[in-house]
Design a protein around this ligand. Structure first.
Ligand SMILES: Nc1ncnc2c1ncn2[C@@H]1O[C@H](COP(=O)(O)OP(=O)(O)OP(=O)(O)O)[C@@H](O)[C@H]1O
Length: 945
């Protein structure tokens, strides 16, 4: 499968940055379309991932896939969510800092799916212990519970999140997930009592009715048929084929037991869900005085039982309002309309607060008890933000206003942290930069949230002021105070042409993602979100402990008016942005390909609109012109100083000069970097990754233990390509006959390999080496000499001084590895082509003098996977493993069982040699063959290409 995936992903470009010179929208769309039609739904813009909803199950999320992406630099494999997740994870582990992954896009674009898949990725690939298994399961299973209570079928999405969710996954110092914490944002409570045409209420209602056994339904006083419940039939939604409520019910029930819910919790929770359904069926009629009375007492009895509320008090609370007059409390009867209002208000309040209780309860079960108990509180986090997408309905109300405001804020964050921050930084650092224009939506955020002058302030003012405030008076205030704003229109303010499309009760905002017309009706009521005091009292005294937790008696004593819904939401978004700003970001931009949820359909018009408003073109332009990576000189030098003798172990001058020496040494080309006032800017990720790999290799040499784990990982989880016997000879020929020039990043590794190999070799040189005639040493040896470690070694020019005549044959490896080994088509390298020392050493040892290829390797075998530094020498007929000046092993090609490599650029090759005993009896069964592993340095890997 991986092979297929990699082979297929040659469609278009995997990173928009690689598009031909011009960055037109048409070229962008073409690439996206081309890839989408091949089911390649992911494409990068630098490190940002663009994802197009496939609307079909693709074989992209298997455990094998997860393991493939684990620990691999993201440019090495086709774009994927896992690459983004893995990158954030690895940086977190290396740098002990916090991260977040912002997943954005409109409703139905695939945000929730992406966040679930990332969570699964961490659950599968992160190290864990038996104790931590529970944390892992809880993290995973919190999802179906939250979705059951917080998601619903809408016209745009059969599983639309009707709340915002930010989840921190906490990791310990070993990178194991040890806990989590969820923040939820503004659940769409109005859905409990009303659904638009074609939509459903929250999933849990249907799951309970479809899935619960008879006894439970009977205990709750419910019938199985959803059509019997007024709160479930508002949207007249027919059967939804993509939803299996019965199955989902089972998952939710199981999840409850894992996330620490007791049977009592569950009983009370479903008591509340059932009460909401009963509330919806309460009908009122007028008595002779025009006061509301409950038509049929059946429902209220059930509610009284399930919520543990006194029947007559509950009855009275639903039909009366308690008014405080001086020190007296007076009960005033409600008319029928107000009674319905009170009923719906209590249903919404119960559901909304129970949802918050649920999140808190889940948080309790996700809390990092392991770290707490062991005193290890030091943890890093990766936050996943999956929040409701930008929404435009036929009629947009207060909820859409909040949702779209939230999306404005997130867009603003993205701009602040990418487009603006990046360009500001270039300017600050004195990097030459042609500013790239982009639309900054701060102006719209201000319009909504500015103190005193913004829409939320104006709305609050209307809600809180004495006198008769109405939705219309709110609209008038808006016209008065923000009427001249470029992003605000009402019918009165509109020109002749637009006027027709705006009703008298509407106002229109020109959002970054497009125009949305909001109907002001209901704004005041929803923003106030008032619950009559006597209803609150009933709930505070409920015997249902969840309800009692949700409605605290202390609330009744608090005479201060609670904050309005919009202000609460604004404040919670402000804290969310603060949380996010303190972390390192990764971005996934989800795109919805069509309105019909159809696989394979790429609606150009719809997608172009999203590309535009998501700011993808601007992002691409900044990325193309900009730098992938930047680091303070001090930090850069600190990390990589071991790669250069001049900076290792200490550099005493200014950091910038140390960095200059360092990058000169590793061979950065001028176009690969720029030096700013305080930072180095690296243009391409691959330059950085090459440096990082060299650093890792150096680390490995300093501490061989680390290589063991790399090996174990490679062997157990990466995809291996087994090369069969019949192509083996061709492989060897290709292996030894490549002849393309070194590419710059490989040259670094080669030089590094040489350097360390030679450093070691100096103490083991065979005597006769010193008798040879000598040429000028290559620069790498000068360095060694310069560092005082190799002064007595000379540079040989013996009979084997030129490899070039031996490197004339065709590269035949392509026949074997084409399309299988990632990075295959990149340019080749020739380790040791420009050096002849190793060749010479080997020539001393292998008298036939017909060797073709030499490279230092780290060899592992089955005896404890011990890492050993060796030379691998290939002749026309055999491979030799050489330790310093001694031949340790000779393997004739004719006896080889096979050879395997992973399909990554990890430089690992496994040579399968027959078991000695079995060889004697001629048994070539693969299962019996011994494995001699050779983890080649990066430079050698490139030979395979
Ligand atoms: N990677 C994917 N593979 C297969 N199907 C997908 C994928 N991503 C999304 N879908 C399909 O699209 C539907 C909508 O996706 P999702 O619920 O993630 O959207 P969303 O952006 O979170 O929407 P909302 O803002 O309404 O919550 C999913 O229920 C699923 O059917």
């Amino acid at each position: 499968m991986e092979g297929a995936l990699i082979a297929r992903d040659k469609v278009g470009v995997q990173d928009f940055v690689l598009l031909d010179s011009h960055t037109s929208e048409a070229a962008f769309l073409n690439n996206l379309r081309k890839r989408y039609q091949e089911n390649l739904i992911y494409t990068y813009i630098g490190s940002l991932l663009v994802s197009v909803n496939p609307y079909q199950e693709l074989d992209l999320y298997t455990v094998t896939q997860m393991q493939l992406y684990r620990g691999v630099n993201f440019f090495e494999l086709p774009p994927h969510l896992y690459a983004i997740a893995d990158n954030a994870y690895r940086v977190m582990c290396n740098e002990y800092n916090n991260h977040f992954i912002l997943i954005s896009g409109e409703s139905g674009a695939g945000k929730t799916e992406a966040s679930k898949k990332i969570l699964q990725y961490y659950a599968v690939t992160c190290p864990t212990t038996e104790q931590l298994q529970t944390v892992r399961d809880r993290l995973l299973l919190s999802n179906p519970v939250l979705e059951a209570f917080g998601n619903a079928k809408t016209l745009r999405n059969d599983n639309s999140s009707r709340f915002g969710k930010y989840m921190d996954i906490q990791f310990d110092f070993k990178g194991a997930p040890v806990g989590g914490h969820i923040l939820s944002y503004l659940i769409e409570k109005s859905r409990v009592v009303h659904q638009n045409h074609g939509e459903r209420n929250f999933h849990i209602f249907y799951q309970l009715l479809e899935g619960a056994d008879k006894d439970l339904l009977c205990w709750l006083g419910l019938e199985r048929n959803p059509q019997k419940y007024m709160y479930l039939i508002q949207g007249r939604c027919a059967k939804v084929f993509s939803i299996n409520d019965k199955n989902d019910w089972k998952i939710v029930r199981k999840a409850f037991s894992i996330i620490d819910f007791t049977e009592k919790d569950i009983e009370q929770l479903f008591g509340i869900v059932a009460s909401v359904l009963h509330l919806g069926n309460i009908q009122f009629e007028e008595d002779s005085n025009g006061h509301a009375i409950i038509r049929d007492g059946t429902q209220i009895k059930w509610i009284s039982k399930l919520l543990g509320a006194h029947l007559s008090i509950l009855q009275e609370a639903l039909t009366h309002r308690k008014i405080e007059a001086r020190s007296e409390e007076v009960l005033s009867p409600l008319n029928v309309d107000l009674a319905f209002y009170a009923r719906d208000a209590v249903a919404k309040a119960i559901y909304g607060r129970t949802f918050t209780w649920l999140v808190n309860k889940i948080n309790g079960s996700l809390a990092n008890k392991v770290g707490f108990l062991s005193g290890i509180l030091n943890k890093t986090v990766i936050g996943l933000l999956d929040i409701y997408g930008f929404e435009v309905l036929d009629t947009n109300s207060f909820e859409q206003f909040c949702i779209n405001y939230c999306n404005e804020k997130l867009q603003q964050l993205l701009i602040e942290m990418t487009l603006k921050a990046e360009q500001d930084e270039y300017e600050l650092e004195g990097i030459e930069w042609e500013p790239i224009p982009y639309f900054n939506n701060k102006i719209i955020c201000d319009l909504v949230e500015q103190k005193h002058k913004g829409i939320i302030s104006i709305l609050d003012e209307e809600c809180l002021r004495p006198g008769e405030a109405t939705d219309l008076s709110f609209l008038e205030k808006l016209e008065e105070k923000v009427g001249d704003h470029a992003h605000f229109v009402t019918r009165k303010l509109a020109d002749q042409k637009t006027r027709k499309s705006i009703d008298w009760v509407d106002f229109r905002l020109l959002h970054y993602a497009g125009e949305v017309t909001y109907c002001a009706v209901g704004f005041l009521e929803k923003n106030n979100d008032l619950l009559y005091r006597n209803l609150k009292e009933v709930l505070c005294n409920s015997k249902n402990s969840i309800i009692r937790d949700c409605f605290l008696l202390s609330e009744l004593d608090n005479r201060r008016r609670p904050e309005t819904v919009a202000t609460q939401f604004k404040n919670s978004l402000t804290s969310l942005i603060e949380i996010l700003m303190s972390k390192e970001p990764s971005y996934i931009r989800c795109i919805k390909p069509n309105e019909n949820k159809e696989p394979g359909k790429f609606d150009d018009f719809l997608i172009r609109h999203q590309v535009k408003y998501l700011g993808l073109m601007e992002h691409l332009r900044v990325r193309r012109a900009g730098f992938a990576y930047r680091r303070k000189y001090e930090l850069f030098l600190q990390r990589y100083k071991s790669l250069c003798p001049a900076t290792w172990p200490h550099w005493h001058g200014p950091a910038v000069e140390g960095v200059q020496r360092l990058i000169k040494h590793i061979g950065y080309k001028p176009e690969e970097y720029k030096l700013g006032r305080t930072k180095i800017f690296i243009r391409f990720p691959k330059t950085l990754f090459a440096t990082e790999d060299a650093f890792e290799y150096r680390k490995h040499l300093l501490s061989k233990g680390s290589a063991l784990s790399v090996w174990a990982l490679g062997w157990s989880s990466l995809g291996w390509w087994k090369v069969s016997q019949d192509v083996f000879c061709r492989f060897i020929n290709g292996f030894i006959n490549r002849k393309k020039p070194l590419c710059p990043e490989n040259r670094d590794f080669v030089r590094l390999s040489q350097y360390y190999y030679l450093m070691k070799l100096r103490d083991h040189l065979p005597k006769n080496v010193l008798d040879q005639s000598w040429l000028q040493p290559p620069s790498i040896l000068e360095e060694v000499r310069g560092s005082g470690g190799f002064g007595e070694v000379w540079w040989p020019c013996g009979k084997g001084c030129s490899l070039s005549h031996q490197l004339q044959q065709k590269v035949v490896t392509s026949a074997i590895f084409n399309g299988k080994k990632e990075g295959y088509l990149q340019s080749l390298s020739q380790p040791f082509l420009d050096t002849r020392l190793s060749e010479f050493i080997v020539e001393m040892l292998i008298p036939t003098r017909c060797f073709q290829y030499v490279t230092p390797v780290i060899k592992y075998d089955r005896n404890g996977f011990k890492a050993r530094e060796r030379l691998l020498v290939l002749t026309q007929s055999s491979a030799y493993v050489v330790e310093m000046a001694k031949i340790k092993q000779k393997i004739e090609y004719s006896t080889l069982k096979g050879i395997s490599t992973s399909n990554l650029s990890d430089g690992i090759v496994v040579i399968h040699v027959p078991d000695d005993n079995k060889q004697k009896v001629g048994n070539w069964d693969g299962a019996l063959s011994e494995v001699m592993g050779l983890m080649l340095p990066m430079s050698s890997y490139k030979l395979l290409e």
